[in-house]
Design a protein around this ligand. Structure first.
Ligand code: EPS
Length: 361
């Protein structure tokens, strides 16, 4: 139903996206998208790039007089840093003046550098770094913002909170900066865990009938595709694996609608929403650009060298919640459109209300 593509290199002219499948009649403004982009931009653990970029979004198509018109929505965020990288990121072959540009040949363990260079046959890892950069997530957040706007028409809300930075449990956000500064002083990086919750999700989204329509699988794929995410948990999936069934399943009762006493399943049973909140956790690995770089192999000489030290962040966790929220917003919008129709917002709302009446919630 819904699909998007992004384009853009981290230091290229711009980040771009095309989103197709949002129904007619949804109010969308640059201001709404900008609020989410601003959440992604700043915060503790951000490297130098955060000071350079403003991440201002432009809507180029698909919206007329503040409302969607059914055609693809094109979004653009220009990279301010392109001005500083213009020569490096030129689309023209290097002239004599630019031929001194140094190739990146020392891949960072943990990054896409080596695997990407081998896959495409690059001698210059810069070609990999530019596209594998987490800067691409700017467009996911912009897309997610539109999807979130759509979901809010059905009163579905998505938010997130940090559970852990490194090994430290984070009850509130007050210690985050201190933990990250400690890592920075050690020239090291940190990962962590973020919990995302989608509230007021109706039962019956997704499907149990085939593997590629199961909503837990679709959510896991979407979250896993976020740079630095190495594990995804739905509900209490990880701890549940070590418990008895009697400690894990969520008893059903009825109070004008079907409800559960607990929500260990994280709102999903058999790949279908059950009406409880969808609860997921994403596990981010520590970033792989290390101030004290690891040993690696130079692509040209095959000799042992230190990995390249690129400008990078220390920890993405403080600002990454909005990226996971965006990916969940996209997936939920897609399955909602699949179930209730896809062209016109008012038609979809009527179908939705009929469904709620039928299942009496
Ligand atoms: C990012 C932009 C990047 C990094 C970061 C995310 O900018 P630069 O490479 O110019 O510093 O700050 O990307 C990574 C940490 C990574 O590993 O790719 C952004 O705008 O989010």
């Amino acid at each position: 139903m819904l699909r998007f593509l992004t384009a853009g290199e981290s230091h290229g002219q711009a980040e771009l996206a095309i989103l197709e499948g949002i129904p007619v009649g949804l109010s969308v403004t640059e201001e709404i998208i900008q609020k989410d982009l601003d959440k992604r931009r700043g915060g503790a653990g951000r490297g130098g790039r955060g000071l350079i970029e403003k991440d201002k979004v432009k809507i180029l198509s698909g919206v007329r007089l503040g409302k969607t018109i059914g055609s693809p929505i094109a979004l653009l965020v220009e990279n301010s840093d392109f001005q500083n990288w213009k020569v490096t990121m030129s689309v023209h072959p290097p002239s004599e003046q630019t031929s001194h540009l140094r190739e990146v040949s020392n891949p960072r363990p943990g990054h896409a550098d080596l695997a990407g260079a081998l896959k495409y046959g690059f001698s210059d890892i810069r070609n990999v770094i530019e596209r594998s950069s987490a800067r691409e997530t700017i467009m996911r957040v912009a897309i997610g913002s539109i999807c979130r706007r759509f979901l809010s028409e059905f009163n579905i809300q998505i938010d997130s909170r940090i559970i852990r930075i490194g090994k430290m449990e984070i009850p509130d956000n007050s210690q985050i900066e201190e933990i990250i500064i400690r890592a920075l002083k050690k020239k090291d990086t940190l990962g962590g865990v973020i919990q995302i919750i989608a509230r007021n999700v109706p039962p019956g989204l997704g499907s149990y009938v085939h593997w590629d329509r199961k909503l837990d699988g679709l959510i896991a794929r979407a979250l896993m595709s976020i740079p630095s995410v190495k594990a995804v948990e739905i509900g209490d999936g990880i701890t549940n694996a070590g418990k008895f069934g009697s400690q894990v399943h969520d008893e059903i009762y009825y109070d004008e609608k079907y409800l559960r006493k607990t929500n260990h399943a994280g709102g999903l049973e058999g790949g279908v929403t059950n009406g409880e909140d969808i609860v997921c956790r994403v596990y981010h690995k520590p970033l792989s650009t290390l101030g004290n770089p690891f040993n690696t192999i130079n692509l040209q000489t095959k000799k042992s060298v230190k990995a390249v030290v690129e400008r990078s962040d220390i920890c993405v966790v403080p600002r990454a919640g909005v990226i996971s929220e965006a990916m969940i917003a996209f997936v939920l919008s897609d399955v909602l459109l699949e179930k209730f129709g896809s062209d016109n917002l008012n038609d979809i709302k009527k179908n939705y209300q009929n469904y709620l009446r039928r299942i009496k919630i």
